[in-house]
Design a protein around this ligand. Structure first.
Ligand SMILES: [Zn+2]
Length: 343
């Protein structure tokens, strides 16, 4: 075989290896060390709050429904802040990118509010509540390597006396007390099981109490689409036909969300995030609760993209995870500082 042929063969073999490797390692599970794990969350948030105790305080908002795990939040802001923002990194246990992003945002705010002009503008106006996860039960199982796609909490919904990891649990983002009855009921083992009654879950009650106590100007909820059906999109609250005032508010929110989307490049494909078209679902989810109960601007962001092999990557390697976090922080810095200047 000629040297040229040998070289070509070697190239082909390495290309195949790379392609095979990228398909296999698109989603990495168990989660690598680069990801924050359940056991580390409290100490990590404590560490962030200690960097500037006057600015950032750690709170326990409540406890999970079955295992009574704490739902932790960082409150970051100056006493004179006029308005409030809520960031929830996770409702669904397997959607871990939002946990990473929300903790990184907390760190960024604490470390840069007095060094960076735009973050400074945000902190002059806003108090930011960061809740990395409202589903510690689900997330813990994902972190422990027990089940990669543990979405719901750990309620024994089929009432057989023990946890069926793959089917038990309530979908916390269907349990909010708004439009709850509008969702067509599904069996308890279904991924979208909404619970036996509105706000049956203590995780959701903790967020409702927070919403009642603080008027939120803006609430952002991070998710990831493991099927890929919703990847790299932003979803607004449900639009009620005939309600002109709320309709106008949604039109303004659409522009704000589009600004966010247009600043975030897709992970693997060409182009940018975009805002989901058409009316969004009329179910008891967080964005509907905040918008329709408190008229807070609220939307959902789906983190994680589809790679060249068509795989939805929601558990990327550490390097891609960091890239995703960085580009969202950059976009948030821009859109939140502009919003802070708008009265
Ligand atoms: Zn989700």
């Amino acid at each position: 075989m000629s040297a040229v042929r040998l070289l070509l063969l070697a190239l082909l073999i390495s290309a195949a290896a790379i392609m095979g490797c990228s398909a296999n390692s698109a989603n990495i599970y168990p989660l690598p060390k680069a990801y924050l794990h359940y056991e580390q969350l409290r100490s990590r948030l404590t560490e962030i709050s200690r960097q500037d105790p006057n600015l950032a305080q750690l709170h326990v908002l409540g406890f999970s429904s079955t295992e009574e795990l704490p739902i932790l939040a960082l409150q970051i802001g100056k006493a004179q802040a006029q308005r409030n923002i809520l960031i929830i990194g996770q409702h669904h246990g397997d959607e871990v990118l939002g946990v990473e992003l929300s903790v990184a945002l907390a760190e960024e705010l604490v470390q840069k509010h007095d060094k960076d002009k735009l973050w400074g503008q945000v902190m002059d106006e806003y108090r930011v509540f960061i809740v990395p996860t409202i589903n510690p039960e689900g997330w813990k199982r994902v972190c422990d390597g027990e089940y990669q796609f543990k979405r719901k909490n750990n309620r024994d919904t089929n009432k057989n006396g023990h946890l069926d990891l793959r089917s038990d649990g309530v979908d916390l983002n269907r349990n909010y007390p708004v439009f709850w009855a509008d969702q067509v009921p599904v069996p308890p083992g279904h991924a979208n099981f909404k619970g036996e009654r509105p706000a049956s879950e203590t995780e959701v009650q903790a967020i409702m109490e927070l919403a009642q106590r603080y008027h939120f100007d803006l609430a952002i909820f991070y998710h990831s689409s493991s099927t890929g059906a919703f990847s790299e999109k932003i979803f607004l609250p449900n639009r009620i036909n005939g309600d002109e005032e709320l309709g106008q508010k949604l039109d303004e929110l659409l522009i704000f969300a589009q600004d966010y989307a247009s600043r975030v490049k897709k992970d693997y494909q060409k182009g940018y995030y975009h805002v989901g078209e058409g009316n969004s679902s009329r179910v008891g989810n967080a964005r509907n609760f905040f918008f329709h109960t408190y008229q807070a601007d609220a939307f959902l962001v789906e983190l994680g993209g589809i790679n060249s092999a068509g795989i939805s990557v929601v558990h990327p390697n550490g390097k891609m995870k960091d890239k995703i976090v960085t580009k969202h922080l950059k976009a948030l810095r821009q859109i939140l500082s502009q919003r802070a200047k708008r009265k």
